[in-house]
Design a protein around this ligand. Sequence first.
Ligand code: IPM
Ligand code: MG
Length: 347
Amino acid sequence: MPLIAILAGDGIGPEVTTQARRVLDALDLGLTFEDGLVGGAAYRAAGHPLPPATMDLAYRADAILFGAVGDPAFDTLERALRPEQAILGLRKNLGLFANLRPAKMFAGLEDASALRPEVAGAIDMVIIRELTGDVYFGDKGRGTTPEGLREGHDLMRYDEAEVARIARVGFTTAMGRRRRLMSVDKANVLETSQLWRDVMNEVARDFPDVTVQHMYVDNAAMQLVRNPGQFDVLVTGNLFGDILSDQASMCVGSIGMLPSAAINDAAKGLYEPIHGSAPDIAGQGKANPCAAILSAAMMLRHSLAMPAPADRIEAAVATVIAGGARTADLGGSVSTTAMGDLVLAAL
Ligand code: IPM
Ligand code: MG
């Protein structure tokens, strides 16, 4: 029986994860579940955002269903103890180098987009973000200049193997879609990006059926709002991918709708909504559980080889949205639990 670690975390994390769990239970897939503490919740209970018991559970589990981390109460702690370190530690320790962030317009949500409906309606893309390298994990530090000024630095760095393995995920994903890969970098300024671009072109030789193009990240940010329908698979580094995926989420209507997968070489993965802990609405039953429910679907597809129930979950969410149900983020008043009820009914 596959073991699923449930790491619900902070803020709205527990509320939305509960709904995802209900959906998985209803499908009766023979999964076992074990809860673990993570983020600010873990710091409160155990003095560390990623306690050893949680890391142990994450190693033992076949897949991880993750809620959200982040709690303003802990923003002044030393960096190593802040809630966000939990997700960074899980990614690094488990080698979850490939982050898949699909952004697709749901029929009926065109008006919720920050873009004109006819522009937004064409969005159907996957952002593939490298997740265990780049400036996130390079050498960082604080110091003082010879003149006595405070300074800080974070090293942006990739080696060719790191670029090649995320390139392969990008090309393979493109093979299963419209066979177009857009690699996003800043090769006009950064050596890291020039290496990235060179390696992308080398890996491209193994995928002659995929058309690869390159775009600078500033242009990509502009094109994402000008004509997002042009993108099929977009592959980029950790920092650029962090920024562009938030931007893409608003293009499709709400960050509350977007799931993500972070997977390693062995297809083990951590599945989480791309939204954060939203402390301002936590505990009020206002959060949209769709991103969490869709993350559970991605888990079934990518880590548990259960594509059929994954399709069913995605179809149920699409039905509920097409039927007009809207949580607060989408301008409605349907509660978190009621949205879960509707998805269950549509199953
Ligand atoms: C994300 C988040 C994280 C990141 C934070 C919480 C560390 O913004 O998953 O996109 O920057 O990767
Ligand atoms: Mg982010």
